[in-house]
Design a binder for this molecule. Structure first.
Ligand SMILES: [Zn+2]
Length: 281
């Protein structure tokens, strides 16, 4: 598998001074499996860049998948600017959670209604198919996919992808230390993430910031480390960077995680996700 980050910032795009290293695009990552299957997770502003790359390199989407964790703006706002979705001959399977009264198609189409956007959903709908995942796991061209709901104000999914003996788990927009009465404990999520080779986790806040942001649906860098440790994951990738955090602060959050892991003798690699970084798994 090959993993590439196209957008790593949470909440709102945040380009500008001091953010040149990690970037300002909102969430989008891409997995290319050994068989060449393209899996995109989330359609934040980073998906626009992915689309431009696909067009520039004549990449046709044949049976590509788009997994949507949820529908807060930062995770869908790039879709109307994703050029391959407008191109006849491309085919995407869109996967995501349904709300009580609306289908996935209705939710995804609603952001392209007037007065929000000048082009209607009919311009892209022929290229999109909508699918549901099976609660006990699905298999797509040799890739096993599992999901679970996170602790977040809006229904949100985390995804676990397994190819052979390699596992990537993506858990953004999750408050791991939530005290809400229906919240799941971190041990529950550790079981879902167990033995991940790459664990990509919401780490929007520092510990101090999290004190005043209870109920917002996000975690601290130290919560992310706790999850990585409990799940015995090999590499922790901090994700969903706060729009108010500059490169220096994100670097410091990584350093704090590494120091804490060393102190507690937790054997783990850690870095922060960065727009356009890619690596083989
Ligand atoms: Zn978000």
């Amino acid at each position: 598998m090959r993993l590439k980050f196209w957008g790593t910032r949470g909440s709102i795009p945040s380009p500008g001074c001091g953010r040149e290293y990690y970037g300002g695009n909102t969430p989008c990552l891409e997995l290319i499996t050994s068989s060449g299957l393209q899996i995109i997770v989330d359609a934040g502003t980073g998906v626009r860049e992915l689309g431009n790359y696909m067009v520039a390199n004549n990449i046709v989407a044949k049976n590509s998948y788009l997994f949507l964790t949820h529908f807060h703006w930062d995770h869908i706002q790039g879709l109307p600017f994703f050029v391959p979705a407008y191109t006849l001959g491309n085919e995407f399977f869109v996967v995501g959670v349904e709300e009580d009264k609306e289908t996935l198609r209705q939710i995804v189409s609603s952001q392209m209604k007037p007065p929000y956007f000048p082009v209607g959903f009919e311009a892209i709908e022929n290229q999109l198919n909508f699918l549901n995942l099976f609660p006990n796991g699905s298999e797509i061209e040799g890739i096993k996919v599992y999901f679970t709901h996170t602790n977040h104000p809006q229904k949100t999914l985390a995804f676990r992808f397994e190819e052979g003996r390699k596992t990537v788990t993506f858990m953004t927009d999750c408050e791991l230390s939530s005290h809400a009465k229906d919240a799941r404990p971190i041990e529950f999520f550790a079981e879902f993430c167990k033995d991940s080779d790459y664990l990509i986790v919401d780490a929007q806040f520092t510990e101090q910031e999290l004190c005043n942001r209870s109920g917002w649906g996000h975690s601290s860098n130290m919560d992310a480390l706790k999850l990585a440790s409990l799940s015995r994951s090999k590499t922790l990738i901090l994700f969903h960077h706060d729009p108010n955090h500059d490169d220096e602060l994100i670097d410091r959050m990584v350093k704090d995680v590494i120091s804490s892991a060393n102190e507690k003798k937790i054997d783990i690699a850690c870095f922060a996700a960065r727009d356009y970084d890619s690596f083989d798994i």
